[in-house]
Design a protein around this ligand. Sequence first.
Ligand code: SME
Length: 137
Amino acid sequence: LNKNKTVDKRLLSICELLEANITYYNWVGFYFRNGNKEELHLGPYVGEPTDHTIIPFGKGICGQVAVSNENFVVPDVTAQDNYIACSITVKAEIVIPIFVNGENIGQIDIDSNTPNPFTEADERFLEFVCAQVAMIL
Ligand code: SME
């Protein structure tokens, strides 16, 4: 329990740093697989509170990444039919999986109020962040 508390504080710090320093990162949060269940649970995040604290595998961008094990960059959320809207201000989204021992155990999810803001530099940077996160879990 103490370890989880420390981990959650660190994850929240990462969210805060990302949101504060990258202007087009407007909601930053972590989702983690719930044990052996095929669902994601919301972890630490920064930004508007969301109703979507539990997301079934396959549902929305996050749920699709839980199944595909691949980055998902969405330049325009209105063009996605399997998408869970959290806020009407959101224009774009990026989700990068977190691997521990080769297993997809969760993800970082970032929403942007700017259309089409994410580049391959964001993907490489966030893959690095996720690799660091994997080491503190
Ligand atoms: N938009 C996500 C849901 C999570 S919110 O962005 C916080 C999705 O479609 O999976």
